[in-house]
Design a protein around this ligand. Sequence first.
Ligand SMILES: NC(=O)c1ccc[n+]([C@@H]2O[C@H](COP(=O)([O-])OP(=O)(O)OC[C@H]3O[C@@H](n4cnc5c(N)ncnc54)[C@H](OP(=O)(O)O)[C@@H]3O)[C@@H](O)[C@H]2O)c1
Length: 274
Amino acid sequence: MKKIAFIGSGTMGTALATAACKGIDPKEVVVTDFVQEKGKALAESLGCNFVATNAEAVEAAQYVVFCVKPQFLGGVLKELKPTFEKCAQDGKIIVSIVAGVEVSTYKEALALEGTKTAVIRILPNTACLIGKGFILIEQGDSFTKEQEDEFRYILREAGGFDSLPASQFVAGTVLTSTSPAFIAMFANSLADAGVYNGLLRPQARRYALEGILGTVQLFLQSDKHLEGLKDDVCSPAGPAMIGVKTLEDTGFRSSVINAVVDAYQRFAEIGKIK
Ligand SMILES: NC(=O)c1ccc[n+]([C@@H]2O[C@H](COP(=O)([O-])OP(=O)(O)OC[C@H]3O[C@@H](n4cnc5c(N)ncnc54)[C@H](OP(=O)(O)O)[C@@H]3O)[C@@H](O)[C@H]2O)c1
């Protein structure tokens, strides 16, 4: 049996399958997709296996990672129920990355009670594609420590890991999975301002990203309060302090906080699959 299969070869399926193929022998990795050309192209580029159907992917591997959009998950689970019934005693491990969907959804839809099938709920982010992602794992009794450790080993090239109790999992995942969108908007706004002030777009883009990267690396290496650096940069009546006042006048902090709070609410809604 192969080690791991990915159902769905889109953004996240590609990112995680890429990491798996770096961490273990690509011959142990299986991909599939609704659009066969997409799955085949991914398998070719990674040197791993392609199978034509979701059922074949489940049968082929020990770990089965569901990488489809929430609105398609109900259909995929319905389609795969007979396959999981057939594999009930094989010790399969389902891994869900589907935002907002709880472990109980898989247990009910696939009738897993009394079987040897485990379910691990995780939430990765897009930077897994370049090995700089972050994967949160929801703690629970639906899988063993050995299964979690092996899963972390298979995907170690994706980036960092942490695990959280179920009560904090969504709060954690909202930060790690939505922040790339907000940071992209922030970075582009910085670059726009650089262009407004006379820089060429490529320079403005690079300088904005270098500023963000250096700041983040500095913080990751210290325990300093996140606003300590702001205080260091803001000299009396200096340009940075004037810019800080402008951001506060336009509700910068409350905009960011509200964006994350609203995203948290949305997670609960998208998990209600039909
Ligand atoms: N993107 C992120 O940053 C992110 C972060 C964390 C978690 N997630 C979660 O990851 C999951 C996948 O997101 P994504 O951004 O990778 O979506 P995506 O790019 O749309 O990828 C989903 C893939 O699954 C395929 N698919 C659709 N129906 C299928 C079926 N019945 N059988 C097999 N494959 C099927 C899609 O094919 P088509 O192209 O034909 O539809 C597509 O290639 C979502 O549930 C999301 O909540 C995403």
